[in-house]
Design a protein. Structure first.
Length: 312
């Protein structure tokens, strides 16, 4: 087939690329490909080598695979290290399950343009606008002092037994760990709600109208139309969350800096403190990262396969 100007097209109806077009696309891809090669493969390859090295007395890196392995075996034989692992999974489950359910419901509320939906959008996106330290100070002040004062005034609950005259965060226990995890859910709400609302907006209006003709209400519309339509998007967040199980610090650094209580540690926070302690711990931190990757990689592909089967 020949075009009006004499240009030939192939059998599927596409004009063949000219040489200058090919050069343009190659130049266009140089920057992103270079970034991937340097900042992903290059950095991770160096981390992979570090996992089999250690620093000698002079600070030089030498290959010694047994050193990090023996240190890791000593760690996993302690009870506190398993608490770090347990906390990492608890944070993932709490944020993924509770956060996903709440984010989906809020997204549907905003999608339907209900009362005060714009106000809720502002509150949910607020963490993206303010510095993390400022948000932590506000959260600790409101939850640590404001909520106990409110409960004492209206319900007579006594918090005077806590250290600091009632500040919850000054007495480290399971409650503070749960509150910090709730904070992590709140600051991740904005991105989830934004993506879920965008996915809901992509649903064809004809499908919604057909549901209304068939007599659907908000409950049946959400569970039979909206939720099945955005399952793939929800699955993406769940998969990404699994990949970050052992890197999530649960915002412990923002709350405690480098002095968080051991009972609240996650693997991500533990590795961060190792790196903060000095270059001598870099090889061992890389080894922990390699072990966590070997564990998480098949788990991630397994969950991905399961979610793809459910969403088909």
């Amino acid at each position: 087939m020949v075009l009006a100007k004499g240009k030939k097209i192939n059998r599927i109806g596409k004009t063949p690329l000219k040489k200058r077009d090919v050069i343009f696309y190659v130049l266009l891809l140089i920057i992103p490909i270079s970034q991937i090669l340097i900042f992903y493969f290059g950095v991770n390859f160096q981390s992979f080598l570090l996992a089999f090295q250690r620093r000698d007395n002079y600070g030089n890196l030498i290959f010694d695979a047994s050193n990090n392995w023996n240190r890791f075996k000593a760690d996993i034989q302690t009870k506190i290290f398993w608490i770090y692992i347990k906390n990492s999974f608890l944070v993932y489950l709490f944020i993924s399950l509770t956060g996903t359910v709440l984010a989906t419901l809020f997204s549907y509320y905003i999608y339907k343009r209900r009362t005060f939906c714009n106000f809720f959008k502002f509150v949910l996106f607020l963490p993206s606008l303010l510095p993390a330290i400022l948000l932590v100070i506000m959260f600790k002040g409101f939850v640590g002092n404001g909520v106990p004062a409110y409960l004492h005034h209206f319900f007579g609950m006594d918090f005077s037994g806590l250290e600091g005259g009632g500040n919850i965060f000054l007495k480290e226990n399971k409650t503070t760990f749960i509150l910090i995890t709730i904070y992590s859910i709140w600051i991740s709400f904005g991105s989830q709600v934004l993506v879920y609302t965008g996915a809901m907006d992509q649903i064809s209006p004809e499908i919604i109208e057909a549901g209304k003709i068939d007599g659907t209400n908000s409950f049946t519309e959400f569970f039979h139309i909206i939720l099945p339509s955005i399952l793939a998007t929800i699955g993406t967040f769940l998969i990404v969350g699994i990949a970050s199980i052992f890197t999530n610090q649960n915002n412990l650094f923002n709350f405690y800096g480098g002095g968080g209580p051991n009972e609240h540690y996650t693997i991500g926070y533990y590795v961060y403190l190792l790196l903060k302690a000095g270059e001598g711990n870099y090889p061992y931190a890389s080894f922990i990262g390699l072990v966590c990757t070997m564990f998480v990689l098949p788990l991630t592909f397994g969950v991905r396969k399961l979610i793809n089967r459910v969403t088909k």
